[in-house]
Design a protein around this ligand. Structure first.
Ligand code: B4P
Length: 197
C-alpha cells in the first residue's frame, strides 16, 4: 500500500500516521519528523530547514523533494509506505508522481483529516506548552494554517479530481478517528471502489 495522509497543522496527521502504519505494516514517513531530527542533530539539512520551520514556512521544494526521494529508496519502503505531510505544494505533487511513475507505481489512497480551524489552533497551543516546538506559537500557527489553505488545499483538490481522496472527520477521541481513517482507507483501496470522496 502506498498511502498519503494530508491535513492542516494539528489535524492529527502524526498521531494517526503512527497508528495506521502499525496496523497496516508499512513505514510512516513524516517529512516534519525527518526535518526535526536533522535540526536536532545539527546536520547540513537541518541547518537549511531550521529557519523556514521556525517561521512556519515550507522548506523549499528542492530540498524537501530530494529528501523524500532518498527516503523512499530505502529498503523498508519497497513494499509500501504512508507519507505524512508530503506533498504540500503542487510542485511536490508533480515530483512525487515522477518518482512513482519511474517505477510504474501508483498511490493507493490519500486520506484527508478534517478538523475545524478553531480546534486546530487550540490543539497546537496545548501542544506548545508540552513539547516546546519552536513553531507552535500563536503567530506561527496562524501562518502555517494560512499556508495550508493557500497551497495544500490545492493538493487535496488534485487528488480528489483523480478519485483517490478519502476524507475522515479528525475530531473526537483518537481511537475513534483511527477507526474512521482505517475504514476510509479500506474502502478507497478496495479494487473497483467507487466510494471515494
Ligand atoms: P509537520 O511536522 O508535518 O507539522 P504539522 O503540519 O504542524 O503537523 P503535525 O504532524 O505536527 O501535527 P499533527 O497534525 O500530527 O511539519 C512541520 C514543519 O516542517 C512545517 O511547518 C514545514 O516547515 C516543514 N515541512 C514538513 N513537511 C514539509 C513539506 N512537505 N514541504 C515543505 N516543508 C515541510 O497534530 C498533532 C497534535 O494534535 C498533537 O498535539 C496531538 O496530541 C493533537 N491531536 C491529534 N489527534 C487529536 C484528537 N483526536 N483530539 C485532540 N488532539 C489531537
Amino acid at each position: 500500500m502506498r498511502l498519503l495522509i494530508i491535513g492542516a497543522p494539528g489535524s492529527g496527521k502524526g498521531t494517526q500516521a503512527a497508528r495506521i502504519s502499525e496496523k497496516l505494516g508499512v513505514p510512516a514517513i513524516s517529512t516534519g519528523d525527518i526535518f526535526r531530527e536533522n535540526v536536532k542533530n545539527l546536520t547540513p539539512l537541518g541547518q537549511k530547514a531550521k529557519t523556514f520551520m521556525d517561521s512556519g514556512d515550507f522548506v523549499p521544494d528542492a530540498i524537501t523533494n530530494e529528501m523524500v526521494q532518498d527516503r523512499l529508496r530505502e529498503k523498508d519502503a519497497e513494499q509500501g509506505f504512508l507519507l505524512d505531510g508530503y506533498p504540500r505544494t503542487m510542485a511536490q505533487v508533480d515530483y512525487l508522481d515522477g518518482i512513482l511513475n519511474a517505477d510504474e507505481l501508483g498511490i493507493s489512497a490519500v486520506l484527508q483529516l478534517v478538523v475545524p480551524d478553531a480546534e486546530l489552533v487550540s490543539r497546537l497551543l496545548t501542544r506548545a506548552t508540552e513539547s516546546g516546538r519552536t513553531d507552535d506559537t500563536e503567530q506561527v500557527i496562524k501562518h502555517r494554517l494560512e499556508l495550508y489553505h493557500q497551497q495544500t488545499e490545492r493538493v487535496v483538490s488534485r487528488y480528489s479530481e483523480r478519485g483517490i481522496l478519502v476524507k475522515a472527520n479528525g475530531t473526537g477521541p483518537i481511537s475513534d478517528v483511527l477507526e474512521r481513517a482505517l475504514q476510509a482507507i479500506t474502502v478507497a483501496s478496495a479494487p473497483g471502489s467507487s466510494a471515494r470522496g
